[in-house]
Design a protein around this ligand. Structure first.
Ligand code: PLP
Length: 424
């Protein structure tokens, strides 16, 4: 279907057919949800061995009694595992509670309030504080900035990550830019993997940015591959060491989508300077993280080999769901001018771009037909997609059967919105 070249008669005919489809979907009373990227119950069940894993033995290999207070930076065993996941040394790791988002929030809050290198480095001292936000991106990153009053600046993304020409020029010319959000592997929502050149140029930003600039490098999907021969993400710290910019990067990760999304283990990796600041301030908020949960995790997944074997089981559950979405998109839109989409090899999302100005209308039409989609604009700072075209599809949670029904509604909604727009 090419709406650009279609005659008015053709468009009117399509409009009639698509409206009939839409009405039959509405009458069908569906109640489906393609919004949040959370694991399905079957995925969560893969980690059910966590229950009872300790068998009454709460003592970690290093002798720590995990039931007691303390250990602000985590059990040595968990630090070693997190270090292997993020490609750093165990001494560079701080293990948190169940959420990496909390660690990101605290990092931004501490950067704002206290500064990573003492009070003069606190962002709140400055007239204006800005973060670069590669778009489309993760709404919860943007919410952190909004909460702290940090101004967000959109940066376009392509298949290699953020447009680094734009990033470098902004950072070079504006010292009020104090950070950038990055999801370097299977980016949320486009699914791209940052190229070696992008990672190297990110690592070099520390040489041109303000001293208190920090890259928030959220590696949420680092082990979440859907293919047998996953692409490797180059190690940003290798480049930082070359450039002498180790202090400019804060890395984050968690087992939220490895074990239990609500009861996993989160961690961050950073330089000694940054970790010291984090521990100082975190140590006021807590006497220590949940080490019992860390130990449970280590008993079930004690090394990266076991982790990878576990992630293959996740991939088996996720692959047919992603395939179902992509199949619908391919069949409906490959031969069309109605939209473009990403074909990710991992992560949790598929990103779809409608013709400009139609994402909100598609979301509205799908909602009328009983399919909840992520609100249009959610993937942009302040909820404002300047082109109103991006929609994030999250296929992990529903069954394949439900995805199949939801995608039929989605595709019809895209077509109906596109044809209606051309008829105006
Ligand atoms: N970072 C990204 C990019 C995500 O997509 C998500 C969840 O969807 C999170 C972080 C949340 O991680 P956590 O559960 O560790 O807080």
């Amino acid at each position: 279907m090419y709406v650009e070249q279609a005659t008015r008669e053709q468009l009117q005919q399509w409009h009639k057919e698509l409206t009939t489809n839409h009405q039959s979907f509405v009458a069908g009373g569906l109640n489906l949800d393609l919004t949040r990227g959370k694991p399905s119950a079957s995925q969560l069940s893969l980690a059910n061995d966590l229950d009872g894993a300790l068998k009454g033995n709460y003592i970690a290999d290093d002798g720590t009694d995990t039931r007691n207070y303390g250990g602000i930076d985590g059990l040595p065993g968990m630090k070693a595992l997190a270090a292997d996941i993020l490609g750093v040394k165990a001494e560079d790791i701080l293990v948190g509670g169940n959420s990496s988002l909390t660690l990101m929030y605290f990092s931004a809050l501490f950067g704002w309030q206290f500064g990573f290198t003492g009070p003069t480095s606190a962002w709140r001292n400055e007239d204006k504080v800005k973060f670069l936000c590669p778009v489309p991106g993760y709404d919860r990153h943007f919410a952190i900035c909004e909460e702290l009053g940090i101004e967000m600046v959109n940066v376009p993304m392509d298949d290699n990550g953020p447009d680094m020409d734009v990033v470098e020029s902004l950072v070079r010319n504006d010292q009020s830019i104090k950070g950038i959000w990055c999801v370097p592997k299977y980016s949320n929502p486009t699914g791209c993997i940052y190229s070696a050149e992008t990672v190297e140029r990110l690592a070099n930003l520390g040489t041109i940015a303000a001293d208190n600039f920090r890259i928030f490098y959220d590696n949420a999907y680092v082990v979440h591959d859907l293919t047998d021969d996953p692409a490797e993400l180059p190690n940003i710290m290798d480049y930082c060491r070359k450039a002498g910019t180790e202090d400019s990067v804060l890395q984050f990760g968690s087992t939220s989508k490895v074990t239990f999304a609500g009861a996993g283990v989160a961690f961050m990796a950073a330089s000694a300077v940054n970790l010291k600041a984090m521990k100082n301030h975190l140590g006021i908020a807590t006497i220590g993280p949940d080490k019992v949960n860390q130990l449970r995790h280590l008993r079930v997944i004690s090394n990266v080999q076991q982790l990878r074997a576990h992630m293959i089981k996740h991939a088996e559950l996720l692959k047919p769901r992603f395939a179902c979405v992509l199949d619908h998109l391919q069949k409906n839109f490959a031969d069309s001018d109605l939209g473009s989409w990403s074909t990710p090899e991992g992560g949790y999302f598929i990103s779809f771009d409608t013709r400009p100005g139609l994402a909100s209308e598609v979301v509205k039409l799908a909602a009328e037909a009983g399919v909840k989609l992520t609100p249009a604009g959610a993937t942009f700072p302040y909820g404002k997609d300047p082109q109103d075209c991006n929609i994030r599809l999250a296929p992990s949670f529903p069954t394949v059967e439900d995805i199949d029904k939801a995608m039929a509604v989605f595709c019809n909604s895209v077509k109906l919105a596109s044809v209606s727009q051309r008829l105006q």
